[in-house]
Design a protein around this ligand. Structure first.
Ligand SMILES: Nc1ncnc2c1ncn2[C@@H]1O[C@H](COP(=O)(O)OP(=O)(O)OP(=O)(O)O)[C@@H](O)[C@H]1O
Ligand code: SF4
Ligand SMILES: [Mg+2]
Length: 352
Protein backbone atom coordinates (compact mmCIF):
# COMPACT_ATOMS: atom_id res chain seq x y z
CA UNK A 1 0.00 0.00 0.00
CA UNK A 2 1.44 3.38 -0.95
CA UNK A 3 0.37 6.48 0.90
CA UNK A 4 0.83 9.81 -0.86
CA UNK A 5 3.11 12.35 0.76
CA UNK A 6 1.05 15.43 1.49
CA UNK A 7 3.80 17.24 3.34
CA UNK A 8 5.82 17.49 0.12
CA UNK A 9 3.14 19.79 -1.28
CA UNK A 10 3.47 22.41 1.42
CA UNK A 11 5.07 25.47 -0.22
CA UNK A 12 8.73 25.91 0.70
CA UNK A 13 9.21 28.68 3.27
CA UNK A 14 11.49 31.69 3.17
CA UNK A 15 15.11 31.05 2.46
CA UNK A 16 14.78 27.71 0.68
CA UNK A 17 15.99 28.86 -2.72
CA UNK A 18 18.81 26.52 -3.69
CA UNK A 19 16.70 23.39 -3.91
CA UNK A 20 13.85 22.57 -6.12
CA UNK A 21 13.22 19.18 -4.49
CA UNK A 22 13.15 18.34 -0.80
CA UNK A 23 16.35 17.86 1.15
CA UNK A 24 15.02 14.73 2.78
CA UNK A 25 12.18 12.64 1.48
CA UNK A 26 11.04 9.62 3.48
CA UNK A 27 8.82 7.34 1.41
CA UNK A 28 6.62 4.52 2.64
CA UNK A 29 9.06 3.66 5.41
CA UNK A 30 8.42 0.52 7.45
CA UNK A 31 10.43 -0.52 10.51
CA UNK A 32 9.81 -3.59 12.62
CA UNK A 33 11.51 -5.25 15.57
CA UNK A 34 11.67 -8.96 16.13
CA UNK A 35 11.06 -9.62 19.83
CA UNK A 36 10.37 -12.67 21.94
CA UNK A 37 6.67 -11.79 21.99
CA UNK A 38 6.40 -11.29 18.22
CA UNK A 39 7.08 -8.64 15.59
CA UNK A 40 6.66 -5.06 16.82
CA UNK A 41 5.47 -2.97 13.87
CA UNK A 42 6.87 0.37 14.96
CA UNK A 43 6.72 2.28 11.66
CA UNK A 44 4.04 1.36 9.12
CA UNK A 45 4.42 3.41 5.96
CA UNK A 46 5.66 6.84 6.97
CA UNK A 47 5.96 9.56 4.35
CA UNK A 48 7.36 12.98 5.10
CA UNK A 49 9.73 15.47 3.57
CA UNK A 50 11.64 18.55 4.58
CA UNK A 51 13.27 21.25 2.43
CA UNK A 52 16.25 23.49 3.16
CA UNK A 53 15.26 26.28 5.54
CA UNK A 54 12.11 24.44 6.56
CA UNK A 55 11.00 23.05 9.91
CA UNK A 56 8.85 19.95 10.06
CA UNK A 57 7.44 19.10 13.46
CA UNK A 58 6.67 15.42 14.02
CA UNK A 59 4.10 14.99 16.72
CA UNK A 60 2.46 12.08 18.47
CA UNK A 61 2.09 10.24 21.76
CA UNK A 62 4.77 8.07 23.28
CA UNK A 63 5.43 4.96 21.21
CA UNK A 64 4.01 6.33 17.94
CA UNK A 65 7.28 5.74 16.07
CA UNK A 66 8.77 9.26 15.99
CA UNK A 67 12.21 8.28 17.28
CA UNK A 68 12.40 5.01 15.38
CA UNK A 69 11.77 6.91 12.12
CA UNK A 70 14.55 9.36 13.06
CA UNK A 71 16.90 6.50 13.95
CA UNK A 72 16.24 4.91 10.55
CA UNK A 73 17.13 8.22 8.86
CA UNK A 74 20.32 8.56 10.92
CA UNK A 75 21.26 4.92 10.42
CA UNK A 76 21.39 4.25 14.15
CA UNK A 77 18.64 1.65 14.43
CA UNK A 78 19.43 -1.48 16.42
CA UNK A 79 19.64 -3.99 13.54
CA UNK A 80 18.87 -6.69 14.59
CA UNK A 81 16.36 -6.75 16.23
CA UNK A 82 15.31 -3.87 13.92
CA UNK A 83 14.61 -4.34 10.21
CA UNK A 84 13.52 -2.03 7.39
CA UNK A 85 11.38 -4.31 5.21
CA UNK A 86 10.20 -1.54 2.90
CA UNK A 87 10.69 2.11 2.05
CA UNK A 88 13.13 4.74 0.81
CA UNK A 89 15.00 7.51 2.61
CA UNK A 90 16.04 9.97 -0.09
CA UNK A 91 18.64 12.60 0.76
CA UNK A 92 18.88 15.12 -2.10
CA UNK A 93 17.17 12.51 -4.27
CA UNK A 94 19.44 9.57 -3.42
CA UNK A 95 18.25 6.62 -1.38
CA UNK A 96 20.41 6.23 1.70
CA UNK A 97 19.11 2.70 2.22
CA UNK A 98 20.70 1.44 -0.99
CA UNK A 99 23.79 3.64 -1.43
CA UNK A 100 27.31 2.44 -0.57
CA UNK A 101 28.64 2.47 2.98
CA UNK A 102 31.18 5.30 2.43
CA UNK A 103 28.68 7.58 0.75
CA UNK A 104 26.11 6.96 3.48
CA UNK A 105 28.65 7.56 6.21
CA UNK A 106 29.59 10.94 4.76
CA UNK A 107 25.97 12.10 4.64
CA UNK A 108 25.10 10.84 8.11
CA UNK A 109 28.26 12.17 9.68
CA UNK A 110 28.39 15.59 8.05
CA UNK A 111 25.17 16.50 6.27
CA UNK A 112 22.68 15.27 8.86
CA UNK A 113 23.17 15.84 12.58
CA UNK A 114 21.00 14.80 15.48
CA UNK A 115 20.22 16.36 18.84
CA UNK A 116 18.91 14.09 21.56
CA UNK A 117 16.81 14.75 24.64
CA UNK A 118 19.46 13.80 27.13
CA UNK A 119 22.69 15.73 26.60
CA UNK A 120 24.36 14.17 29.61
CA UNK A 121 24.25 10.69 28.14
CA UNK A 122 25.16 11.94 24.66
CA UNK A 123 28.29 13.82 25.77
CA UNK A 124 31.34 11.99 27.05
CA UNK A 125 31.54 12.64 30.83
CA UNK A 126 35.33 12.26 31.07
CA UNK A 127 36.24 14.71 28.30
CA UNK A 128 35.91 18.51 28.46
CA UNK A 129 33.24 20.03 26.25
CA UNK A 130 35.93 22.06 24.47
CA UNK A 131 37.81 18.88 23.62
CA UNK A 132 34.67 17.19 22.33
CA UNK A 133 33.79 20.16 20.13
CA UNK A 134 37.36 20.62 18.90
CA UNK A 135 37.55 16.93 18.02
CA UNK A 136 34.82 17.47 15.40
CA UNK A 137 37.01 20.01 13.61
CA UNK A 138 40.19 17.97 13.99
CA UNK A 139 38.68 14.75 12.68
CA UNK A 140 36.45 16.12 9.95
CA UNK A 141 38.32 19.24 8.84
CA UNK A 142 41.91 18.37 9.78
CA UNK A 143 42.42 21.54 11.84
CA UNK A 144 45.38 21.92 14.23
CA UNK A 145 44.75 21.57 17.97
CA UNK A 146 44.96 25.34 18.45
CA UNK A 147 42.67 26.23 15.54
CA UNK A 148 40.15 23.56 16.54
CA UNK A 149 40.01 24.92 20.09
CA UNK A 150 39.49 28.46 18.76
CA UNK A 151 36.62 27.17 16.62
CA UNK A 152 35.16 25.36 19.67
CA UNK A 153 35.14 28.61 21.65
CA UNK A 154 33.60 30.47 18.71
CA UNK A 155 30.82 27.89 18.54
CA UNK A 156 30.21 28.00 22.30
CA UNK A 157 29.86 31.76 21.94
CA UNK A 158 27.49 31.25 19.05
CA UNK A 159 25.13 29.14 21.19
CA UNK A 160 25.46 31.78 23.92
CA UNK A 161 27.39 29.90 26.58
CA UNK A 162 28.43 32.74 28.91
CA UNK A 163 32.24 33.15 29.31
CA UNK A 164 32.94 30.49 26.67
CA UNK A 165 36.68 31.12 26.75
CA UNK A 166 36.87 30.32 30.45
CA UNK A 167 34.47 27.41 30.29
CA UNK A 168 35.96 25.57 27.35
CA UNK A 169 37.91 23.25 29.67
CA UNK A 170 34.90 22.36 31.85
CA UNK A 171 33.32 18.91 31.85
CA UNK A 172 29.68 18.26 30.85
CA UNK A 173 28.47 17.79 34.45
CA UNK A 174 29.69 21.30 35.32
CA UNK A 175 27.04 22.84 33.05
CA UNK A 176 23.31 23.25 33.76
CA UNK A 177 20.79 21.22 31.75
CA UNK A 178 20.00 24.17 29.45
CA UNK A 179 23.68 24.92 28.86
CA UNK A 180 24.38 21.26 28.11
CA UNK A 181 21.62 21.27 25.54
CA UNK A 182 23.24 24.36 23.97
CA UNK A 183 26.49 22.39 23.77
CA UNK A 184 24.60 19.58 22.04
CA UNK A 185 23.30 22.14 19.54
CA UNK A 186 26.88 23.39 19.05
CA UNK A 187 28.07 19.82 18.40
CA UNK A 188 25.30 19.35 15.85
CA UNK A 189 26.14 22.65 14.13
CA UNK A 190 29.90 22.17 14.07
CA UNK A 191 30.05 20.73 10.57
CA UNK A 192 27.30 23.01 9.25
CA UNK A 193 24.93 20.19 8.33
CA UNK A 194 22.10 20.58 5.81
CA UNK A 195 19.62 18.90 8.14
CA UNK A 196 19.22 18.63 11.88
CA UNK A 197 16.95 16.10 13.54
CA UNK A 198 16.10 17.22 17.07
CA UNK A 199 14.41 14.47 19.10
CA UNK A 200 12.61 16.06 22.06
CA UNK A 201 15.50 18.54 22.46
CA UNK A 202 13.93 20.45 25.34
CA UNK A 203 11.78 17.88 27.14
CA UNK A 204 14.21 17.46 30.04
CA UNK A 205 14.41 21.23 30.72
CA UNK A 206 12.46 23.72 32.82
CA UNK A 207 9.73 25.53 30.90
CA UNK A 208 11.54 28.89 30.69
CA UNK A 209 14.80 27.26 29.63
CA UNK A 210 12.86 25.19 27.09
CA UNK A 211 11.71 28.35 25.34
CA UNK A 212 15.23 29.82 25.26
CA UNK A 213 16.77 26.68 23.79
CA UNK A 214 13.97 26.32 21.25
CA UNK A 215 14.34 29.98 20.19
CA UNK A 216 18.08 29.50 19.77
CA UNK A 217 17.58 26.39 17.66
CA UNK A 218 15.01 28.16 15.46
CA UNK A 219 17.28 31.19 15.05
CA UNK A 220 20.28 29.07 14.02
CA UNK A 221 18.15 26.99 11.68
CA UNK A 222 17.07 30.16 9.85
CA UNK A 223 20.55 31.63 9.81
CA UNK A 224 22.17 28.48 8.40
CA UNK A 225 19.17 27.76 6.13
CA UNK A 226 19.05 24.18 7.41
CA UNK A 227 16.18 21.75 7.28
CA UNK A 228 14.96 20.86 10.78
CA UNK A 229 12.91 17.89 11.88
CA UNK A 230 11.62 18.65 15.34
CA UNK A 231 10.24 15.63 17.17
CA UNK A 232 8.02 16.35 20.13
CA UNK A 233 4.84 15.32 21.86
CA UNK A 234 4.20 18.89 22.91
CA UNK A 235 1.92 20.80 20.53
CA UNK A 236 2.54 23.97 22.51
CA UNK A 237 6.23 24.00 21.56
CA UNK A 238 5.81 23.83 17.80
CA UNK A 239 3.39 26.66 17.03
CA UNK A 240 6.06 29.34 16.85
CA UNK A 241 8.87 27.43 15.21
CA UNK A 242 7.47 24.88 12.73
CA UNK A 243 6.36 25.46 9.15
CA UNK A 244 4.43 22.23 8.87
CA UNK A 245 3.37 19.34 11.06
CA UNK A 246 3.10 15.59 10.59
CA UNK A 247 1.01 13.88 13.28
CA UNK A 248 1.90 10.24 13.94
CA UNK A 249 -0.22 7.49 15.44
CA UNK A 250 0.77 3.81 15.70
CA UNK A 251 3.60 4.19 13.21
CA UNK A 252 1.66 6.10 10.55
CA UNK A 253 1.17 9.72 9.60
CA UNK A 254 -2.49 10.50 10.30
CA UNK A 255 -2.53 14.21 9.49
CA UNK A 256 -0.24 16.70 7.75
CA UNK A 257 -0.73 20.42 7.44
CA UNK A 258 0.98 23.81 7.47
CA UNK A 259 1.27 24.58 11.16
CA UNK A 260 -1.28 27.35 11.63
CA UNK A 261 -3.92 25.57 9.58
CA UNK A 262 -3.60 22.49 11.74
CA UNK A 263 -4.23 24.55 14.86
CA UNK A 264 -7.17 26.38 13.30
CA UNK A 265 -8.92 23.43 11.66
CA UNK A 266 -7.67 19.93 12.43
CA UNK A 267 -8.89 17.30 9.95
CA UNK A 268 -8.41 14.23 12.14
CA UNK A 269 -10.11 13.33 15.44
CA UNK A 270 -6.75 12.37 16.96
CA UNK A 271 -5.27 15.81 16.22
CA UNK A 272 -8.45 17.39 17.62
CA UNK A 273 -7.91 15.37 20.80
CA UNK A 274 -4.28 16.45 21.07
CA UNK A 275 -5.24 20.12 20.62
CA UNK A 276 -7.99 19.85 23.21
CA UNK A 277 -5.49 18.42 25.70
CA UNK A 278 -3.29 21.55 25.68
CA UNK A 279 -3.78 23.59 28.86
CA UNK A 280 -5.12 27.06 28.05
CA UNK A 281 -4.94 30.17 30.20
CA UNK A 282 -8.57 31.12 29.46
CA UNK A 283 -9.77 27.74 30.75
CA UNK A 284 -8.18 27.96 34.16
CA UNK A 285 -9.96 25.83 36.72
CA UNK A 286 -11.67 23.62 34.14
CA UNK A 287 -10.80 19.97 33.88
CA UNK A 288 -8.35 19.28 31.07
CA UNK A 289 -9.52 17.07 28.20
CA UNK A 290 -7.61 13.82 27.77
CA UNK A 291 -7.89 11.36 24.89
CA UNK A 292 -9.42 8.26 26.43
CA UNK A 293 -7.57 4.95 26.43
CA UNK A 294 -3.99 4.14 25.56
CA UNK A 295 -1.96 3.96 22.35
CA UNK A 296 -2.23 0.48 20.79
CA UNK A 297 0.02 -2.48 21.43
CA UNK A 298 2.23 -2.52 18.33
CA UNK A 299 2.33 -6.31 18.40
CA UNK A 300 -1.40 -6.24 17.69
CA UNK A 301 -2.47 -3.03 15.97
CA UNK A 302 -6.30 -2.78 15.76
CA UNK A 303 -7.77 -3.59 12.35
CA UNK A 304 -9.09 -0.73 10.22
CA UNK A 305 -8.15 2.64 11.66
CA UNK A 306 -5.65 2.07 14.48
CA UNK A 307 -7.27 4.92 16.43
CA UNK A 308 -10.78 3.41 16.32
CA UNK A 309 -10.93 2.02 19.91
CA UNK A 310 -10.28 5.54 21.25
CA UNK A 311 -12.07 7.63 18.66
CA UNK A 312 -15.31 9.43 19.61
CA UNK A 313 -16.29 9.53 15.91
CA UNK A 314 -15.66 5.85 15.08
CA UNK A 315 -18.20 4.02 12.89
CA UNK A 316 -18.37 0.47 11.47
CA UNK A 317 -16.08 1.13 8.51
CA UNK A 318 -13.38 2.34 10.92
CA UNK A 319 -13.06 -1.17 12.36
CA UNK A 320 -12.51 -2.83 8.98
CA UNK A 321 -10.93 -0.40 6.46
CA UNK A 322 -7.59 1.34 6.91
CA UNK A 323 -8.05 5.04 6.04
CA UNK A 324 -5.34 6.29 3.62
CA UNK A 325 -3.83 9.74 3.87
CA UNK A 326 -6.15 11.63 1.52
CA UNK A 327 -6.11 15.20 0.20
CA UNK A 328 -8.01 17.57 2.41
CA UNK A 329 -9.85 20.23 0.43
CA UNK A 330 -12.17 23.17 1.08
CA UNK A 331 -15.90 22.46 1.20
CA UNK A 332 -16.25 23.69 -2.40
CA UNK A 333 -13.36 21.45 -3.50
CA UNK A 334 -10.80 24.30 -3.41
CA UNK A 335 -7.22 23.18 -2.78
CA UNK A 336 -5.56 23.21 0.60
CA UNK A 337 -1.91 22.57 -0.34
CA UNK A 338 -0.02 20.26 1.97
CA UNK A 339 -3.09 19.12 3.86
CA UNK A 340 -3.83 15.45 4.30
CA UNK A 341 -5.85 13.32 6.70
CA UNK A 342 -6.04 9.57 7.24
CA UNK A 343 -9.62 9.54 8.50
CA UNK A 344 -12.67 8.19 6.68
CA UNK A 345 -14.61 11.15 8.00
CA UNK A 346 -12.17 14.04 7.57
CA UNK A 347 -14.84 16.15 5.87
CA UNK A 348 -17.09 16.05 8.93
CA UNK A 349 -14.08 16.78 11.14
CA UNK A 350 -12.88 19.86 9.28
CA UNK A 351 -16.09 21.22 7.77
CA UNK A 352 -18.67 19.80 10.17
N1 LIG B 1 15.14 -1.89 19.92
C1 LIG B 1 13.82 -2.07 19.98
N2 LIG B 1 13.29 -3.29 20.17
C2 LIG B 1 11.94 -3.50 20.24
N3 LIG B 1 11.03 -2.50 20.13
C3 LIG B 1 11.50 -1.26 19.95
C4 LIG B 1 12.91 -0.96 19.87
N4 LIG B 1 13.05 0.39 19.70
C5 LIG B 1 11.80 0.89 19.68
N5 LIG B 1 10.87 -0.08 19.82
C6 LIG B 1 9.40 0.10 19.84
O1 LIG B 1 9.00 0.88 18.75
C7 LIG B 1 7.87 1.68 19.10
C8 LIG B 1 8.10 3.11 18.69
O2 LIG B 1 9.06 3.66 19.52
P1 LIG B 1 9.60 5.16 19.39
O3 LIG B 1 10.78 5.22 20.28
O4 LIG B 1 9.79 5.52 17.97
O5 LIG B 1 8.40 6.01 19.99
P2 LIG B 1 8.31 7.59 20.12
O6 LIG B 1 7.17 8.04 19.26
O7 LIG B 1 9.63 8.20 19.86
O8 LIG B 1 7.87 7.75 21.65
P3 LIG B 1 8.39 8.76 22.80
O9 LIG B 1 7.52 9.97 22.68
O10 LIG B 1 8.12 8.00 24.05
O11 LIG B 1 9.84 9.02 22.58
C9 LIG B 1 7.68 1.50 20.60
O12 LIG B 1 6.64 0.60 20.81
C10 LIG B 1 8.98 0.89 21.07
O13 LIG B 1 8.80 0.07 22.17
S1 SF4 C 1 -11.20 6.70 10.55
FE1 SF4 C 1 -12.82 6.45 12.05
S2 SF4 C 1 -11.81 5.76 13.93
FE2 SF4 C 1 -10.25 6.59 12.55
S3 SF4 C 1 -10.04 8.70 13.16
FE3 SF4 C 1 -11.53 8.68 11.52
S4 SF4 C 1 -13.52 8.51 12.51
FE4 SF4 C 1 -11.97 7.97 14.03
MG1 LIG D 1 11.01 9.15 21.09
Amino acid sequence: MTIIDKTADVPAPRGSTENSGPLLDVRDLHVEFKTRDGVVKAVNGVNYSVAAGETLAVLGESGSGKSVTAQAIMGILDMPPGRIPQGEILFRGEDMLTMGYEERRKIRGQKIAMIFQDALSSLNPVLTVGYQLAEMFRVHQGLSKKDAKAKAIELMDRVRIPAAKERVNDYPHQFSGGMRQRIMIAMALALEPDLIIADEPTTALDVTVQAQVMDLLAELQREYNMGLILITHDLGVVADVADKIAVMYAGRIVETAPVHELYKRPAHPYTRGLLDSIPRLDQKGQELYAIKGLPPNLLKIPSGCAFNPRCPKAQDICRTDVPLLADVTEQDGGELPGRGSACHFWKEQIHG
